[in-house]
Ligand binder design. Structure first.
Ligand SMILES: [Zn+2]
Length: 439
C-alpha cells in the first residue's frame, strides 16, 4: 500500500539532508564555517553539472545560434566603471549600536527596534559597494585595482566583437556563459538562496533594436518553459514583470521567473531588455567601436541585448525544494527526491539480492558503467534499506539481481516514484536506462 506523496519540506530539513548525504557542506566547516559560502560534495557536484547541461541544451532555438565562452573571474577597474558597478552596485546598510549587528536597511523597519537584541539605537544608513576589490600585481604601490566579477555578463559584452568575428554567427545570436560571480552581501541568507560566492548561468542575446521586443517575448516564454520541462511544479512558477521603480538603470523591461519557496515568491531567473546600454558604455570607455555593419541597410548599428540570467545554486536549491517528497509505504514513511532522471546525480543502482550473488551482479554493473558512469553498487543491508538510501538521493532506477536471474537472464527494475517493479531481460538494461534518462 502506497499513499500519495506530500511536499512538507522546510529549509532546515533540506540543509540537514544535504549535509548527511553529501550534497552540500559549509565552507571551511572545521573552522566554524564562512557565512555565505558553501562547498559541494559528490552528489551536489553531479547534480550541479546536470543542471548546467540541461540549461545549455535549453538555449538552442531556431531564431539564431548559441555560442559559449568562459571569461576570467577578475576584471580591471576600468571595465567595472564602464558597466556602472563601481558607482552603482551598492546596498544600503545600517548597524545596531547596541549589539553591533548589521542589516540591509531596506530589509528591516528602522522605526522598530533591532530584530536581534530588541533595542532601538541605529546608526545612519550608509551605502556599501558589494564588489570584492583586490590588487593585481606584486608591489602594492604599483599594483592596479581589480574586482572579482559581480556578474558574468560583462565578460560577454567586452568579448562581443571577438565572438562575432571568429564564430561565423550572424545577428541574432547568443553568447552563453556559466561561471562564478561574487557579491559581498551584507546579509547572506537562506542557504544557497543568497550567497557571497555563487555560480551564474547567463546568456546575452544580440539582436536588432526593431526585433528586440519580439525577442524579449520569445525568451521570457522559452525560459519559463525550461522550468516546466525540468518538472518543477507549475503552480509554484510565475512570470512577474518588474515595476518601473524596480528596473535597473540600464533596463527598459525586465521579467522575473519566480518560484514560490517556503519563504515566499522569489526570483529564480531575470529576463532583461538591456537595450544597447552595455555595448555603448564599453564603446565609450574603451574607445573601441563595437558597432556592427548591416549589409542590407549599408549602415552601422549597436545591437540591442536580451539577457537571461539564472543562479545555478539557486536553481539547485529550487530543484531540491520542489523534488523533495514524503509518502507512506506499508505504514512506513519514506522520503525521496523526485528528480527528473536527467537531473538525478546517480542514474541507477545495482543490488545483488544476497551476498552470494555479488559476482554476477557486479559484472553487469561494471558493463553498464562503461556507458553510464554515475551508477552505484550496494550489497549491504536489507533490500528495503538499500532502496531507501537510493530514494533519499533521488536515484530513478534500482536493479536487483536475484536467485532467478542467472537461469532466466532477467533482472528486477524498480521505479523510484511509484515503487513498482518489473522484470526485464539483462541485455535490455542499458536501453531501459537510456530511455528513462531521455524521458
Ligand atoms: Zn541590536
Amino acid at each position: 500500500m502506497k499513499e500519495s506523496p506530500k511536499n512538507p519540506v522546510t529549509l532546515d530539513t533540506l540543509v540537514a539532508l544535504c549535509k548527511r548525504r553529501g550534497f552540500i557542506f559549509q565552507t571551511a566547516e572545521i573552522y566554524g564555517g564562512l557565512n555565505g559560502f558553501y562547498d559541494f560534495g559528490h552528489l551536489g557536484t553531479l547534480l550541479k553539472e546536470n543542471i548546467r547541461q540541461n540549461w545549455r541544451n535549453s538555449l538552442f532555438n531556431k531564431k539564431g545560434e548559441i555560442t559559449f565562452m568562459e571569461g576570467s573571474l577578475i576584471g580591471p577597474e576600468a571595465m567595472w566603471i564602464a558597466s556602472g558597478h563601481v558607482q552603482n552596485f551598492h546596498d544600503p546598510m545600517v548597524d545596531c549600536m547596541e549589539c553591533k549587528h548589521r542589516f540591509r536597511s531596506d530589509h528591516i523597519d528602522l522605526e522598530k527596534s533591532c530584530p536581534n537584541c530588541g533595542k532601538k539605537n541605529w546608526t545612519e544608513v550608509r551605502t556599501f559597494n558589494m564588489m570584492f576589490k583586490t590588487n593585481i600585481g606584486a608591489a602594492e604601490a604599483h599594483a592596479s585595482t581589480g574586482y572579482l566579477r559581480p556578474e558574468t555578463a560583462q565578460a560577454i559584452f567586452v568579448n562581443f566583437k571577438n565572438v562575432l568575428s571568429t564564430s561565423r554567427v550572424k545577428i541574432p545570436f547568443g553568447i552563453a556563459q556559466i561561471g562564478k560571480a561574487f557579491r559581498n552581501e551584507i546579509t547572506p541568507k537562506q542557504f544557497l538562496f543568497r550567497m557571497r560566492e555563487f555560480e551564474q548561468m547567463e546568456m546575452e542575446w544580440f539582436c536588432k533594436a526593431e526585433d528586440a521586443q519580439e525577442m524579449f517575448d520569445f525568451w521570457r516564454q522559452k525560459r519559463l518553459d525550461f522550468y516546466h520541462d525540468l518538472g518543477l511544479d507549475k503552480e509554484k512558477l510565475r512570470l512577474r514583470p518588474h515595476e518601473k521603480d524596480e528596473l535597473s538603470h540600464y533596463s527598459s523591461q525586465t521579467d522575473d521567473v519566480e518560484y514560490n519557496f517556503p519563504f515566499g515568491w522569489k526570483e529564480l531567473e531575470g529576463i532583461a531588455h538591456r537595450g544597447n546600454y552595455d555595448l555603448t558604455q564599453h564603446t565609450k570607455h574603451a574607445g573601441k567601436d563595437l558597432a556592427v555593419f548591416d549589409e542590407q541597410a549599408k549602415a552601422s548599428y549597436v545591437p540591442d541585448v536580451i539577457e537571461c540570467s539564472v543562479g545555478s545554486d539557486r536553481l539547485l536549491l529550487t530543484i531540491l525544494f520542489d523534488s523533495y517528497k514524503e509518502d507512506t509505504i506499508d505504514g512506513e514513511t519514506r522520503n525521496y527526491f523526485a528528480f527528473k532522471p536527467s537531473i538525478a546525480p546517480i542514474k541507477a543502482a545495482f543490488f545483488p539480492l544476497s551476498k552470494k550473488l555479488e559476482e554476477p551482479a557486479r559484472a553487469i554493473f561494471d558493463d553498464i558503467r562503461k556507458v553510464v558512469p554515475h551508477i552505484q553498487f550496494d550489497v549491504s543491508g536489507s533490500i528495503g534499506k538499500r532502496y531507501r538510501r537510493q530514494d533519499e538521493i533521488g536515484t530513478p532506477l534500482c536493479f536487483t539481481y536475484d536467485f532467478d536471474s542467472a537461469e532466466s537472464n532477467t533482472i528486477t527494475v524498480r521505479d523510484r516514484n511509484t515503487t513498482k517493479q518489473e522484470r526485464i531481460a539483462i541485455d535490455e538494461i542499458l536501453p531501459y536506462i537510456q530511455k528513462v534518462l531521455t524521458s
